[in-house]
Ligand binder design. Structure first.
Ligand SMILES: NC(=O)c1ccc[n+]([C@@H]2O[C@H](COP(=O)([O-])OP(=O)(O)OC[C@H]3O[C@@H](n4cnc5c(N)ncnc54)[C@H](OP(=O)(O)O)[C@@H]3O)[C@@H](O)[C@H]2O)c1
Length: 325
């Protein structure tokens, strides 16, 4: 029995430059190998990030008996095919968000892992940040009174026209890329699934993907949510929760800098309070939860079915935006 797991990284994705050092800092994980469609790229990436082994094909990584778990940061359209191939090779997978290209595919993924008794989780890292946990605890203890409105935003500007996010064939688009966080945080904070959703979007003339989108969600308890996501709009990534007796504002809610403390702003009964949350690396915390689950044969903190439910909301939102557009 070891007290750590050996991770294999599927591709030389950019996000790996954040996640790999975070796993390397984790108390129960080592990054053992990376695979790319090109051996040259895998070797360069391995050298850059201090990974001991590089493979020139994804399949070779999946067949390596010394790999305990796979991190899958492929483009969205490749999440399902390669996660399922990993399951067939007997490997547990931590898969990037959103789980798949649609609900049916996400469900197939979950079943592929369930059937084999393998661990599977979606990499919504912000849920592991102590800031998110604190906001949930505040709501639970009545910090906003009866919750009524949640608003969320995640917008940023893509830097390259050949970015995977602008490629429809790779399941790009702002809703899949960043709007998924807004939907996720609303589901997390309410603990409910929306019973009605609508969206309006601007689809890129060249890209065909939703480059800008606003969405509305109605929850059974009466909470209403509104959000925006975008690939060509200045950076904003936060959320606000308002209720009958208070307001919580989280300005840095999703892409939280692991090197700096963050602030929760809270208004209640005419008083304003700032709560400082010490710096934390949510990628490390997420990887540690996954590794603990694997080492102790327990489920991950957030069940993979949550990813299917998130996907279902995204599917409905995009369908209404396409109808409207
Ligand atoms: N949780 C977060 O904070 C976060 C942040 C950013 C992105 N993400 C997610 O991570 C995933 C990757 O995003 P990214 O920005 O890191 O993407 P990226 O830099 O474009 O990397 C994607 C990788 O996938 C591989 N790939 C396989 N088939 C491909 C194809 N047809 N076209 C392009 N690349 C292909 C490539 O690696 P090889 O050439 O080595 O095979 C490429 O480096 C997405 O699902 C995204 O939603 C998550």
């Amino acid at each position: 029995m070891t007290d750590y797991i050996r991770w294999g990284i599927l591709s030389t994705a950019n996000i790996g430059r954040k996640v790999i050092p975070a796993i390397q800092q984790s108390r129960n994980g080592r990054v053992a190998a990376v695979a790319s469609r090109s051996l040259e790229r895998a070797e360069a990436y391995a050298a850059e990030l201090g990974i001991p082994l590089a493979y020139g094909s994804y399949e070779a990584l999946l067949q390596d008996p010394n790999i305990d778990a796979i991190y899958n940061p492929l483009p969205n359209s490749e999440h399902a095919p390669w996660s399922i191939r990993a399951a067939e090779a007997g490997k547990p997978v931590l898969c990037e968000k959103p789980l798949a290209t649609d609900t049916a595919e996400a469900q197939q993924m979950v079943e592929a892992f369930e059937q084999r008794g393998l661990l599977f989780a979606e990499a919504f890292m912000y849920r592991f940040h102590p800031q998110t946990e604190r906001v949930m605890a505040m709501i639970e203890s009545g910090a906003v009174g009866e919750m009524q409105i949640i608003e969320a935003s995640f917008t940023f500007t893509v830097q390259r026209e050949n970015d995977v996010r602008l490629d429809q064939s790779l399941a790009g688009g702002g809703l899949w890329d960043v709007g998924c966080y807004c939907v996720n945080v609303m589901r997390l904070m309410t603990g409910e699934e929306p019973d009605d959703v609508r969206a309006l979007a601007r689809f890129g003339e060249q890209s065909g993907v939703d480059e800008s989108l606003v969405g509305l969600l109605s929850f059974p308890s009466g909470v209403l949510g509104h959000f925006d996501s975008g690939l060509r709009t200045s950076l904003k990534h936060g959320y606000e929760i308002r209720g009958s007796g208070g307001r919580i504002l989280v300005e840095e809610g999703f892409g939280i800098d692991p090197t700096r403390p963050t602030t929760i702003r809270h208004w209640q009964g005419g008083r304003y309070n700032e709560i400082t949350i010490p710096a934390a690396n949510h990628y490390t915390l997420m990887a540690e939860d996954f590794a603990d689950a694997l080492l102790n044969n327990r489920p991950p903190r957030f069940p993979p079915q949550d990813g299917v439910r998130n996907m279902a909301v995204l599917d409905r939102l995009l369908a209404t935006a396409r109808q409207a557009g």
